[in-house]
Design a protein around this ligand. Sequence first.
Ligand SMILES: NC(=O)c1ccc[n+]([C@@H]2O[C@H](COP(=O)([O-])OP(=O)(O)OC[C@H]3O[C@@H](n4cnc5c(N)ncnc54)[C@H](O)[C@@H]3O)[C@@H](O)[C@H]2O)c1
Length: 251
Amino acid sequence: MSTPLNILVTGAGGGMCRGINARLAGAGHTIVCVDLNAEASEAAAQTIRDSGGNASAFAADVADEAAVARLLAEVTSAVGPVQALVNAAGILDRKYLADSTAESFRRALDVNLVGPFNLIRAFSPAMIEAGWGRIINIASIAGVTGYPYPSYAASKAGLANLTRSLLEDFWGTGVTVNSVCPGVVDTPMVIQEVRDQVRRRVPTQNVIEPAEIGAMIAFLLTDDARNINGADLLIDGGATRLFSLFNNHEG
Ligand SMILES: NC(=O)c1ccc[n+]([C@@H]2O[C@H](COP(=O)([O-])OP(=O)(O)OC[C@H]3O[C@@H](n4cnc5c(N)ncnc54)[C@H](O)[C@@H]3O)[C@@H](O)[C@H]2O)c1
């Protein structure tokens, strides 16, 4: 769709959303910033407005179904229906199995998996009614390959599978649903030790810029992408497809 869209972005105050917000607002879309952290949400919206874009800010815990229902009412009354949803809110709990508890494991699933589920349930009926919509879930290569922190890996694998499991629900509605699977992106979520491994483990040897994730999402919003549906789009420099047993790039 070439007309300006209302795009709801969760986790809008986070590092990756700096690139997503700027790219989508720069294309003329209105960004509905949502974050658990009200100040971060407002700061993200202000950054967009300072650059000449349109944005509003809301605070909500995506894991809380009642809070998401309130968010739907607030957003709809303030800006009208949203045509696109980017589920980027997420937490990475750096706990190995031995340090994890059922509670810590459950919180990761609640934010990273139940959160997108809540947002999709709340905001997709208006998309279906309009006959057009885009849902984009930010998963992770951790959900493809596995990861030492099991709550994160399980939640992101679940999110990618939730994505492709919604195709039936959106059959013939004009709404597509995809996940984007980033590798190592330059945000505060990524510790130095992981950045240091990129040269040896990623064929392109790049830490990914948040703007690159924004560019992929911007494409998914276009009508050229209308047949990309149920996909899990890797943007990882080739890291996931590398069979590292034969990788000899130590130098
Ligand atoms: N940074 C990476 O390398 C990388 C790689 C793959 C996937 N991801 C995913 O991309 C997304 C964005 O990551 P990031 O690097 O920007 O992380 P970040 O920590 O910088 O940002 C995450 C944002 O989500 C918000 N948030 C956390 N819990 C929330 C909740 N319950 N409700 C609403 N908002 C909540 C935080 O306040 C924060 O602003 C996450 O889903 C993350 O798992 C990141």
